[in-house]
Design a binder for this molecule. Structure first.
Ligand SMILES: NC(=O)C1=CN([C@@H]2O[C@H](COP(=O)(O)OP(=O)(O)OC[C@H]3O[C@@H](n4cnc5c(N)ncnc54)[C@H](OP(=O)(O)O)[C@@H]3O)[C@@H](O)[C@H]2O)[C@@H](O)CC1
Ligand SMILES: [K+]
Length: 480
């Protein structure tokens, strides 16, 4: 599991540790880790050109001290000071003592074999300021290594409100920051390296599953298992107009580990033709047999209202997707108030905008605004509806009403294909039926779905939604 901590949590842990250590110890630990990573990135440290972009704070201090270490190993190190009269005094003195020089020449950015971005770290707010903004678009001669955070990325949220540096590698200190894991910030970090500096941190509210976490979450049938113990997932999806959504949701559900898939809706014929193992019931969720979790909404069209009401009345976990979400947005959070079992909502940003409008009574915010603020949006929705929310898109973010968040690391842009969300809904519903709590079910489903998309698209070609469902067993088996 990757754990990400907020700036406030990092500052608290830093203060506690600094009180016990001699001045400057943490910065030296950070600089040592940073310099070691830079040395590995350079073909040869001796004789390489290194540029340090140093801002006014400790982030610049880290970069200057790391520059000094590289200068002592024979690199030609220049420092470009973005606030020359406020550069970190100790770091600058150390760099000069090691033979480094100050430059005012911005073209050094292009000449350098490696650039250290020490403009701003966890103390930064807003995009790059005018003196630093041109570096965001400038041609580079070698890798850019971000110190702690790529400058211009909000460390707490991943928002990128203005210009920001795109790093090839980010060396972060003590812990990951949420903004390094969530787009658009995540797409600025490049490869992530964590350097331990000895902080004692509280439990993280933002985490990201890794392969071994997925392995621990996925249900494995025991010798006592029968289909009911493994879970029956009910799929209320599809309509005369959109029968395909039902087929795709069932396809995802069948490969999600539940013991059986029960389908209700008007696309039964198409579903059974494709997947004869599906149990089919006439009518809506209310009249269906035993079901341990419902998925309601993909392609439901006009049938969404009735199906949603019936599913929400059941005392089992319910996943609401697509047309079900549009209907829920119309009803507002009150529709979930009486529920005793968990509810999982799986909106894309357009549906999230409607859900927010349904909760506030305001006009729906532009979907692009929500896409740029994914963490905040998922948390707002989870709080408003008191439900677990899986916000789809570039970095899928899953928030539960307690404020806990999982960030999915396996996304791929190949997943942005029609019907991909239908497969995800069935898969997540299946994991809910198998008994996983909603945060686990949603994050495991997003992880597997992303992996399946990668497998299906290998070695790099377009895929259709059914390809994702077909690749799920491979993703399940290999988990990477
Ligand atoms: N925490 C830890 O455990 C450890 C932390 N360490 C390091 O310290 C870093 C945090 O250092 P920090 O607190 O000095 O803040 P930092 O990010 O350098 O910013 C400082 C100043 O920048 C300015 N500024 C703001 N926004 C800006 C913008 N957009 N563009 C340009 N400038 C902007 C603003 O000043 P202003 O100009 O507004 O007066 C602000 O006060 C951390 O990321 C890590 O690298 C390690 O050494 C070891 C252990
Ligand atoms: K930085």
């Amino acid at each position: 599991m990757r754990h990400a901590h907020s700036v406030e949590q990092v500052r608290t842990a830093e203060a506690a540790l600094m009180a016990r250590l001699p001045d400057g110890t943490l910065m030296q630990r950070a600089a040592a880790g940073l310099a070691a990573t830079c040395a590995r990135l350079l073909p040869r440290v001796y004789g390489s050109r290194v540029l340090v972009l140093a801002g006014s704070g400790d982030n610049g201090g880290d970069a200057l001290y790391a520059g000094a270490r590289l200068a002592r190993r024979g690199s030609t190190v220049h420092a470009l000071l973005l606030a020359p009269d406020r550069a970190h005094p100790g770091g600058l003195a150390d760099l000069l003592a090691a033979g480094g020089r100050v430059t005012a020449d911005p073209t050094e950015f292009t000449r350098a074999d490696l650039v250290l971005d020490g403009i701003v770290g966890i103390g930064g707010r807003g995009g790059l300021r005018p003196e630093a903004a041109p570096y965001a678009a400038m041609e580079r001669g070698g890798p850019v290594v971000a110190v702690d955070v790529p400058s211009g990325v909000d460390p707490d949220t991943g928002e990128v409100p203005g210009a920001a540096l795109r790093a090839d590698v980010t060396v972060c200190f003590g812990t990951y920051k949420p903004g390094l894991l969530i787009d658009p910030g995540a797409s600025h970090t490049g490869a992530l390296h964590l350097v331990g500096i000895g902080l004692t941190l509280p439990p993280a509210s933002v985490t990201s599953l890794q392969d071994e976490d997925l392995a621990a979450l996925l249900p494995v049938p025991g010798t006592e298992s029968d289909k009911y113990r493994r879970g029956v997932v009910g799929i209320a999806a599809g309509s005369a107009r959109y029968p395909g959504a039902a087929v795709l949701s069932v396809a995802g559900a069948l490969r999600g580990g539940a013991g059986a898939v029960r389908y209700v809706g008007t696309a039964a014929e198409e579903v059974v033709r494709r997947f004869p193992e599906t149990l089919v019931t006439e009518g809506g969720p209310a009249g269906a047999g035993r079901v341990q979790a419902w998925v309601v909404g993909p392609g439901s069209g006009d049938g969404a209202e009735q199906a949603l009401r019936e599913a929400l009345a059941a005392e089992v976990p319910v996943l609401v997707d697509a047309d079900g979400l549009t209907e829920l947005a119309r009803l507002g959070p009150d529709a979930l108030r009486e529920r005793t079992a968990p509810t999982l909502l799986t909106p894309h940003t357009g549906e999230a905008a409607r859900l927010l409008a349904g909760a506030t009574g305001d006009a729906p915010p532009p979907a692009e605004e929500l896409a740029a603020a994914r963490l905040v949006t998922a948390r707002r929705l989870a709080a408003a509806y008191r439900a677990t929310v899986l916000l789809k898109g570039s970095t899928t973010v899953i928030a539960d009403p307690s404020g806990e968040v999982r960030v999915n690391p396996t996304g791929t842009s190949w997943l942005a294909t029609a019907g991909s969300g239908d497969v995800l809904s069935g898969l997540a519903g299946s994991l809910l039926a198998a008994g996983l709590p909603p945060l686990d079910a949603a994050s495991a489903a997003a992880y597997l779905h992303g992996l399946a998309g990668r497998h299906a698209a290998e070695p790099g070609h377009p895929i259709a939604a059914l390809d994702i469902a077909t690749a799920l067993p491979t993703a399940w088996r290999h988990r990477r």
